[in-house]
Design a protein around this ligand. Structure first.
Ligand SMILES: Cc1cc2nc3c(=O)[nH]c(=O)nc-3n(C[C@H](O)[C@H](O)[C@H](O)COP(=O)(O)OP(=O)(O)OC[C@H]3O[C@@H](n4cnc5c(N)ncnc54)[C@H](O)[C@@H]3O)c2cc1C
Length: 429
């Protein structure tokens, strides 16, 4: 558990608005499975579903509860693309970057298909607005859009020019934007718990409060907790930032960066309906971005700010309310902030995802860099394909090269802060 983690999870709107089933048993004694998945977030559960459907026996070991990590706390924005499609194109070239882009388009279809097939009630709303603050940012967004339109031929975009912005959002903060009708948003914890239920229905055995403390490598790997072990042919490490130093090489390639969300009291119905057309999800295009959306019960869920030290920023509720009112001054200044929470995104140096194998039979998925609601689900599917002998799409990602953060464990934070300061300054220009 990272610093101040308990405070980050306990006051979440998501946790307060689901009914969890009783805890699954924790692992005790020796078990056997074809595949052992470490981590009960989107990546691990998605892989488990796909593997079970291909006839494998699967055990998921979750150190806390299912959805306890980023998958149960995130902004809920289910978006096409990657955190940095540019980094992917630079390394893989245009044709393979397009294949990777299409993986995320398929990821949105996968979310819709799973919601329909397994009856997951997770408040999915289609529609996403990417909005630029100021003229310079609007020009950059337009340029990005034209290139991406040419390279990816994604048919769901609609450009919003300055004169039209007011038809999409009741705010004067933004200069122009892009609407994507295929992306959208959902209640992340409901979706994650729905995936767990779907996995169980497919025959997956899930153990909670079963933290993996060691892995003995070999053709028959042994995945160990304090009270038991799983012998298996394949392992999937899907523990993300919480894996800690279980595999030190992986830990050095991602940096946990805190990001935070507040939830207001429900807004008056008419006001909620007036703020964002069709209740789309919204992000601004700043490097340290603000992201927000309305919940089903008309709360504004407003996310942003970052922490590189894993310590929650002070005065979170007030500062986030001020950010929200910079966009929507019409929201009552005395509106209560009823929830505040956060979590850690797994940033890689180049913001490209980091998928691969630490041994031929030990796979890992990490480095979603704050863009994993769609991609983590697909990543799980690609691992299942790879284990079934169809590794071409998994290997597309595994070809991406990554470097450890400079300075190692102790000094990587100051190095990252310096880098981020540079981008923050650019946001302000
Ligand atoms: C506040 C916040 C907002 C975000 N907003 C968005 C957004 O709007 N859109 C978007 O696309 N992405 C967003 N993200 C990122 C997205 O949530 C993640 O990319 C995604 O959920 C990662 O899924 P995962 O399965 O890899 O990891 P996680 O969901 O973190 O799951 C990992 C699980 O593994 C378990 N685990 C770790 N180590 C062990 C071990 N040794 N033994 C057993 N279990 C272990 C953990 O307990 C945890 O439950 C956000 C993230 C945060 C934190």
């Amino acid at each position: 558990m990272l610093a101040s983690e308990e405070a980050l999870t306990s006051q979440s709107y998501y946790a307060a608005s689901v009914r969890r089933p009783p805890a699954a048993p924790s692992l005790a004694g020796a078990e056997r499975a074809d595949v052992c998945v470490v981590g009960g977030g989107y990546a691990g559960l998605s892989a488990a579903i796909e593997l079970a459907r291909r006839g494998h026996s699967v055990i998921v070991l979750e150190g806390e509860r299912v959805g306890w990590g980023a998958s149960g706390r995130n902004g809920g924005q289910a978006l096409v693309g990657h955190a940095s499609d540019d980094a992917i194109e630079q390394q893989l070239g245009a044709a393979d970057a397009k294949r990777a882009w299409n993986v995320t388009v398929e990821g949105l279809d996968l979310i819709r298909a799973r919601i329909a097939e397994f009856g997951i009630d997770c408040d999915f709303v289609p529609g996403y607005l990417s909005l630029a603050v100021g003229e310079r940012k609007a020009r950059a967004l337009r340029q990005w859009f034209e290139t991406a339109q040419r390279d990816y031929a994604y048919p769901h975009w609609r450009w919003i020019d300055h004169a039209d912005v007011g038809n999409w959002i009741a705010s004067s903060r933004f200069h122009a934007g892009l609407h994507d009708s295929h992306s959208g948003h959902l209640h992340p914890l409901k979706y994650c718990l729905g995936l767990a239920q779907a996995a169980r229905a497919c025959g997956v055995r899930i153990f909670e409060h079963s933290r993996v403390t060691a892995i003995e490598r070999g053709a028959a790997a042994r995945v160990k907790t304090v009270a038991g072990e799983v012998r298996c042919d394949f392992v999937l490490l899907a523990g993300n930032v919480y894996l800690g130093d279980l595999v030190p090489k992986l830990e050095s390639r991602i940096m946990p960066v805190g990001t935070y969300i507040v939830g207001t009291a429900p807004l008056p119905e008419a006001q909620a309906a007036s703020l964002i057309r069709d209740r789309a999800a919204v992000c601004d295009t700043n490097f340290v971005l603000d992201y927000f959306r309305l919940s089903r019960d008309n709360r504004m869920l407003y996310g942003g700010r970052v922490s590189y030290s894993t310590v929650t920023p002070p005065n979170l509720a007030q500062s986030m309310k001020a950010r929200m009112r910079r966009v929507f001054p019409q929201i009552d200044p005395d509106i209560a902030i009823e929830y505040q929470w956060g979590g850690f995104v797994d940033i890689t140096m180049n913001r490209a995802p980091d998928f691969g194998r630490v041994e031929p039979n030990i796979y890992y998925l990490q480095g979603f860099s704050g863009h994993g609601v769609v991609l983590a689900g697909m990543a799980g599917k690609l691992v299942a394909d790879a284990i079934a002998g169809q590794a071409s799409r998994f290997d597309l990602y595994a070809r991406l090269s990554h470097h450890p953060f400079p300075g190692g464990r102790l000094l990587r934070t100051p190095a990252l802060v310096l880098g981020m300061l540079y981008y923050r300054l650019r946001d302000l220009l």
